[in-house]
Ligand binder design. Structure first.
Ligand code: ACO
Length: 328
C-alpha cells in the first residue's frame, strides 16, 4: 500500500545562550514592552563559540533518530531547510550526513525561507509514496543571529537560532500520515524581505552594495499583511482539499514569527487557544526551524497523539507559504 509520509521521530536543538528583550534595550532603541506587544517575543537563543547551523542540525537529528529507533545507516535522504548555511558550499545537509555517518543517504539543502520545513516534508512525501520503506530526515536549521544587523531595531529583535528535525517514513496506514501539502510562492514580492550580500551577484569583497544589504532587510508592515492573508488562505485550502473543517483540527503548529499573525489565524479558524501551539516567546522567529522545534516541544508536552489531526502553516521571504495536514 502506498500512503503518505509519517513522522516517527522528532528532535530539537537550541543554543544555550539566551538573549532577553532587556538585553536588547541596551543595544538598540527598543523596549521589552514594544517587543512583547508587537511580537510576543520575550527572549531568543543565540549561538556562541563552537556552535553552528550544522552542529545544531546534527544535535536535533540525533534526538529525532533516537526517538524514531532508526540508525543513521538506515537513512536514504537528508533534506535541510535553511537560509543561513555554514557555507555556500558544501551544504549543511552533507555536513550532517558526515557527522551522523549516514553513508547511504543523499543530502541537499532546500531554500524556501520560513516555509523550508513544510517544503522539505512535501519532498520527502513524494519519496515515501514511491517506496514506503524509505527513511528520510527532514531538518529546519538556522543561525539567523549572524545575518541580522544588530543596529537595526526593526529586525534584530525578531530572530533567533535553533534547529528541529523529523524522521519521515511511509505510513502503511491510510488513516495516518500526510494527507496533503500545499506549496505556494510569489516571487514578484521578493524585494520586501531580502538578504542580498554574499550571493553571487554581490560577493563579499565588492563595494557596490551598502553594508546593510549584507543583513536581513524587511518591510515589516507589508510582510505582515501578506503573511496573515496567505496563512489563512493556505490553511483553509488544506482543510477544503480533505473535506475537513477547522473543528476537526486537534493542533495547529504555525510558523512562529509574530503572536499577532498567529492570533489572527486562530481567530479566522475559530479555534480555542489550546489548539494552537506557541513557543515564540522563548525562541523568536527561527525561520525554517520554527515548525520542527514546535512539533518536538508539542510532542514532549503530550500534545501530539496518534490519530490527532495536525495542521502546519508557514510563510516567509520570497514570498513562500505552505500548509501540511497530517493525521498523527
Ligand atoms: N522597538 C521600538 N520601536 C520599533 C521597533 C523596535 N524594535 N521596530 C520598529 N519600531 C517602530 C517603527 O520605527 C515605527 O515607528 P514610527 O511609527 O515612528 O515610524 C513603529 O515602531 C511601528 O512600526 P511598524 O513596522 O509599523 O510596526 P508593526 O506593528 O508592523 O510591527 C513587525 C513590526 C513586528 C516587524 C511586524 O510588522 C511583523 O511581524 N512583520 C512580519 C514579520 C514576519 O512575519 N516575518 C516572517 C518571515 S521572516 C523570514 O522569512 C526570514
Amino acid at each position: 500500500m502506498k500512503t503518505g509520509a509519517l513522522i516517527i521521530g522528532l528532535g530539537a536543538a537550541l543554543p544555550s545562550r539566551r538573549l532577553t528583550n532587556q538585553e536588547l534595550e541596551k543595544l538598540v532603541d527598543t523596549s521589552d514592552e514594544w517587543i512583547t506587544q508587537r511580537t510576543g517575543i520575550k527572549e531568543r537563543r543565540i549561538v556562541g563559540p563552537g556552535e553552528s547551523n550544522s552542529k545544531l542540525a546534527v544535535k536535533a537529528a540525533r534526538q529525532a533518530l533516537e526517538r524514531a529507533g532508526i540508525s543513521p545507516e538506515e537513512l536514504d535522504l537528508i533534506i535541510v531547510g535553511t537560509l543561513t548555511p555554514d557555507y555556500l558550499m558544501p551544504s549543511v545537509a552533507v555536513l550532517v550526513q558526515k557527522e551522523l555517518g549516514a553513508h547511504r543517504a543523499g543530502a541537499f539543502d532546500l531554500s524556501a525561507t520560513c516555509s523550508g520545513f513544510i517544503y522539505g516534508l512535501a519532498v520527502a512525501d513524494q519519496f515515501v509514496r514511491v517506496d514506503p520503506e524509505r527513511k528520510i530526515l527532514v531538518i529546519g536549521s538556522e543561525v539567523l543571529s549572524k545575518k541580522v544587523n544588530w543596529q537595526d531595531r526593526t529586525t534584530c529583535v525578531l530572530f533567533g537560532d535553533g534547529a528541529g528535525a523529523a524522521v519521515v517514513t511511509g505510513s502503511y496506514n491510510e488513516n495516518r500520515g500526510l494527507l496533503s501539502a500545499h506549496l505556494h510562492a510569489d516571487g514578484s514580492l521578493w524585494h520586501l524581505l531580502t538578504l542580498k550580500g554574499c550571493g553571487s551577484l554581490y560577493p563579499p569583497c565588492g563595494d557596490e552594495l551598502p553594508l546593510e544589504e549584507y543583513y536581513i532587510r524587511m518591510q515589516g508592515r507589508e510582510v505582515f499583511k501578506n503573511a496573515v492573508r496567505a496563512m489563512e488562505t493556505v490553511a483553509l485550502e488544506a482543510l477544503s482539499a480533505n473535506d475537513l473543517s477547522p473543528e476537526d483540527i486537534d493542533l495547529v503548529v504555525p510558523h512562529q514569527a509574530n503572536i499577532r499573525i498567529i492570533e489572527y489565524l486562530r481567530e479566522r479558524l475559530g479555534l480555542p487557544r489550546e489548539k494552537v501551539f506557541v513557543n515564540l516567546h522563548k525562541y523568536g522567529n527561527t525561520s525554517a526551524a520554527s515548525i520542527p522545534i514546535a512539533l518536538a516541544e508539542a510532542q514532549e508536552e503530550g500534545r501530539l497523539n496518534p490519530g490527532d489531526l495536525v495542521l502546519m502553516v508557514a510563510f516567509g521571504g520570497g514570498f513562500t507559504w505552505a500548509s501540511a495536514l497530517m493525521r498523527w
